[in-house]
Design a protein around this ligand. Structure first.
Ligand SMILES: Cc1cc2nc3c(=O)[nH]c(=O)nc-3n(C[C@H](O)[C@H](O)[C@H](O)COP(=O)(O)OP(=O)(O)OC[C@H]3O[C@@H](n4cnc5c(N)ncnc54)[C@H](O)[C@@H]3O)c2cc1C
Length: 331
């Protein structure tokens, strides 16, 4: 799988699509049936070395499947709407009207829905009787997908999804706050973003070490310069710190600590940008080659600061929780 993904990663990025043959192979190898958060994060990190788009497909599907179960499916998660993804509660205009037989009719539009191009099932945040809940919609003609052409995580199947009277079932019980439940999926996603960053760092270290060892500048190999060695050391040290944080965010290997997941996503964004930026820099002009491996990495690294909740929002959240604990004498 690794070799095949490495060979296809450039095409996935250019064409903004994962070929169905690769999705079939991933399914045959059990990558859509992962049963634990820990294994999911490992698979995401491994795939992210080559294709963040494909790694993101695994992550979004996996975070839904761990909660919703089901076999032979590919999930998409529709939370963000046109009004913005940061303030989720204020931006739910998608409506679910009860049909009377346990089914609901959905009307509305979801923005930036990853996996929308590949999904067999959509998990959707919508309001029913004014209360937010999660709904499960099998792909059907009343669901229309319009692909989005983003610069990062290309191939992750992102699109606008229009629900024009789709008949769906309810995932959360009436009275259970759907936004809170969705946050459970998002917390796994945030650790997944940290794992995407670890995959970028893994590959960037290889690119830097190989390129710097094979190039001679002013009579010395590039790798012999302290400036290059310190770059490698900084990425390796931050990678080790992030690995520990991700590990500590997983309680009993399964439950996710939301504060640590937020911290891991923030630090992951910083690590990914540093690692990708360094890979481009050490490759020199070759690093800027459009559609090249380092150039792709750099475009992808920026997404980590935005997807699954913007960096600033997570900083507000961490600071707010910390101040509360300090004032309660529990810091
Ligand atoms: C590649 C990709 C895949 C995605 N996949 C999915 C998906 O599968 N399902 C889904 O539901 N959504 C998905 N999203 C949406 C994602 O969750 C949102 O982009 C994210 O939550 C931020 O929302 P927004 O883009 O609407 O930014 P906005 O809410 O419009 O915010 C814009 C900017 O404002 C700034 N900002 C916001 N709040 C504050 C603050 N308190 N203080 C200071 N600055 C602030 C931040 O810099 C932020 O980036 C995806 C996005 C991307 C890029």
């Amino acid at each position: 799988m690794d070799e095949e993904l490495a060979g296809l990663a450039g095409d996935i990025d250019r064409e903004n699509r994962v070929p169905s043959s690769l999705l079939d192979k991933a399914a045959a190898e059990g990558l859509f049936d992962i049963e634990s958060v820990e294994c999911l994060l490992q698979a995401v990190r491994r795939a992210s070395r080559y294709s963040r788009g494909f790694a993101h497909v695994l992550l979004v599907h996996g975070s839904c499947r761990l909660a919703a179960g089901g076999e032979g499916r590919i999930y998409a998660l529709g939370i963000t709407e046109a009004g913005g993804g940061t303030d989720v509660r204020a931006n739910i205009t998608t409506r679910a009207d009860e049909l009377g037989n346990g089914s609901y009719r959905l009307e509305g539009m979801k923005y930036f829905t990853s996996n929308a191009l590949y999904a067999t099932h959509f998990v959707v945040l919508a309001t029913a009787g004014g209360e937010p809940g999660l709904f499960l919609c099998e792909r059907q003609p009343q669901i229309r997908v319009e692909p989005l052409d983003l610069s990062g995580f290309r191939g992750s199947g992102v699109g606008k999804v229009f629900f024009g009277g789709a008949v769906c079932e309810r995932l959360t019980e009436p009275g259970v706050d759907g936004v809170r439940v969705a946050l459970g999926y998002i917390n796994v996603g945030r650790l997944g973003y940290a794992s995407l960053a670890l995959g970028i760092a893994d590959r960037a270290i290889e690119i830097i070490a190989e390129a710097a060892s094979s190039k001679t500048v002013f009579g010395r190999r590039l790798i012999e310069y302290q400036g290059v060695q310190w770059r490698i050391a900084s990425i390796v040290a931050r990678r080790a710190a992030l690995e520990s944080l991700v590990h500590s965010a997983l309680q009993d290997g399964a439950r996710v600590d939301p504060e640590r997941a937020a911290m891991a996503k923030i630090l992951g964004g910083e690590l990914a940008l540093e690692a990708a930026w360094s890979a481009v820099q050490i490759l020199g002009g070759r690093g800027l080659a459009m559609w090249g491996e380092a150039e792709r990495m750099y475009r992808d690294a920026k997404v980590i600061d935005i997807g699954e909740g913007a960096k600033e929002v997570l900083m507000d959240y961490i600071a707010g929780r910390t101040v509360k604990k300090v004032l309660a004498g529990r810091s």
